[in-house]
Structures are given as structure tokens and as C-alpha cells.
Design a protein around this ligand. Structure first.
Ligand code: KIV
Length: 280
């Protein structure tokens, strides 16, 4: 069965059906997410903070993205796998950007790439699409520019900023992007963008008016206790605490001798054992 095509999302929008995207970064996570019904998976450069322990997405490299995207592709059969283009993999020059986007499809097996920004990346998006690389846009609080924004602040609040975001979204659509992520912008603005575009919008911290939503795997599953102070993330489980409890129970059982039991051990033939005991 071939993977879903990126056009599926536009069909869902046309039919008025909402959809959920979720991040995954490895084989196990990707398998679970697809088994749960996700049709689109993002190998986000949030990898940097939730998996690699950096304090932002800025240090993530192309090699990191290729490595993790390969694992996600191996863990999925049908899902659309979108791979993030990391910081400075597309900003320096267009030829390098094309080669890097090509790597994510050719070497890592992604279905599509995602890159951040509006008018300044539109030419690049057009060229990628013309060359057969499906592109997802990303507007609003684009994490690779966190140093420029001076922190994780809601974007698009002033009339000028909101108008720029609307224009950028239109320009991405015209350049051939198949969807656009809207991150941390006011809900009414996200609704307006969604109504004005024929391609789907995928929101994170952008309210219920988007066509789709995206959540970060570790945030929605409660892997970290502090929840990284994210208002837009909803916890559907508290796996961090469950994992710790399970590991604690294992350590305690090893220490008190109650694990392993016969059930987890392999027997040996009595006569072989007898011969051994005799010989040594
Ligand atoms: O890197 C990521 O996980 C993302 C989502 C938050 C949209 O870009």
C-alpha cells in the first residue's frame, strides 16, 4: 500500500474534515503514532529540545534530521512523513537548500519537507515544488528565529504583523506549498488565514479555527514534568511519571532479589549440569 499523498490534506479541507499531525523522532514513536491513526507525521526540529536536550531548535543539523527521519520512515507504512529543514540548511543559498531538501526525500525517505518563513522563502518554495519536492510552510512563532523574536511570544498581534502574516500565507500558497503550519498566533487571525486559503492550515497555539492541529509527541504524552510551560500543549497522558515508576519497580525488584524469577530464566538439562559439576 503506497503512502498517502500530500493532496489528501487538501481533500480533507475541501470536505470540511479536521486532521491531526503529531511529531515523531524514532522508529518506536512513529509506529505507535501511525498505529493510533495519524495520517501525517512531522519529524520536527523540536527534536533538538525534546530528544537531544538542546535549549532550542537552532543547533539541529541536517545529519540529525536525516538520521531521525530515516527511523520514522522505517516505523511507518502509509503516513505522510514531513521532515523539517533545520536552521541554516536553506537560508544560506538556494542551491544548498535544494540539495538539502533532496537529501531529506532521497536519503531519508521523507514525503515532504517543512521550512520556516514567509516572503523571503517563497522563491525557494516555488523552486522546490517545481522540482517535485512537496513543501509545508510555517508561519507565526517560527522557532528557528527565537533569538530574533526575543523569546516565545505570540506573533501577528499588531495590524501590520497580522497583515504580513496573511500576505505570507497567500504567497506560500501561490508558490505551491501544500499546507502551512501556524504557530502561536491569535486564534481569530488563524481562522481568517484558514478561511482565505485553499490549502490546509495546521495550528499549534493558533486556536480551533485551523484545518488541522499539530502537537509535539513528548508534550502531549507528558514525558517531562515541567511541561516546558507551554500553554498550547495538552497532556493526554503522564508517561514520564509512569516510566519512572516502572524503572523504580525494576530497580527495587533487582535489589531485593524478586527479579528475575524462573519465569524469566532458562533451564538446563539436569544430566549436563551433573556432568559439569563433576568435571569442575
Ligand atoms: O519542530 C516542530 O515540532 C514543529 C512543530 C511545533 C510545528 O515545527
Amino acid at each position: 500500500m503506497p503512502r498517502y499523498s500530500v493532496h489528501k490534506l487538501r481533500e480533507l479541507k475541501a470536505a470540511g474534515r479536521k486532521f491531526a499531525m503529531i511529531t515523531a523522532y524514532d522508529y518506536a514513536g512513529a509506529r505507535l503514532v501511525e498505529q493510533a491513526g495519524a495520517q501525517i507525521i512531522l519529524v520536527g526540529d523540536s527534536l533538538g529540545s525534546v530528544v537531544l536536550g538542546y535549549d532550542s531548535t537552532v543547533p539541529v543539523t541536517m545529519d540529525d534530521m536525516v538520521h531521525h527521519t530515516k527511523a520514522v520512515v522505517r516505523g511507518t507504512e502509509k503516513a505522510i512523513v514531513v521532515a523539517d529543514m533545520p536552521f541554516m540548511s536553506y537560508q544560506a543559498n538556494a542551491d544548498e537548500a535544494m540539495r538539502n531538501a533532496g537529501r531529506l526525500l532521497q536519503e531519508a525517505g521523507a514525503t515532504a519537507v517543512k521550512l520556516e518563513g514567509g516572503s523571503h522563502v517563497v522563491g525557494l518554495v516555488r523552486r522546490m515544488v517545481e522540482c517535485g519536492i512537496p513543501v509545508m510552510g510555517h508561519l507565526g512563532l517560527t522557532p528557528q528565529s527565537v533569538n530574533q523574536f526575543g523569546g516565545h511570544k505570540v506573533q501577528g498581534k499588531t495590524p501590520a504583523a497580522a497583515a504580513k502574516l496573511l500576505n505570507d500565507a497567500r504567497a506560500l500558497e501561490e508558490a505551491g506549498a501544500f499546507a502551512v503550519v501556524l504557530e502561536t498566533i491569535p486564534a481569530p487571525l488563524a481562522r481568517m488565514v484558514t478561511e482565505r486559503l485553499s490549502i490546509p492550515t495546521i495550528g499549534i497555539g493558533a486556536g480551533p479555527g485551523c484545518d488541522g492541529q499539530v502537537q509535539v509527541f513528548h508534550d502531549m504524552l507528558g514525558i517531562y514534568d515541567d511541561q516546558r510551560a507551554l500553554r498550547h500543549a495538552k497532556r493526554y497522558a503522564v508517561l514520564g511519571a509512569q516510566i519512572r515508576d516502572a524503572v523504580r519497580a525494576y530497580i527495587a525488584e533487582v535489589e531485593d532479589g524478586s527479579f528475575p524469577t524462573e519465569e524469566h530464566s532458562f533451564p538446563m538439562d539436569e544430566s549436563t549440569l551433573g556432568e559439569l559439576a563433576h568435571a569442575f
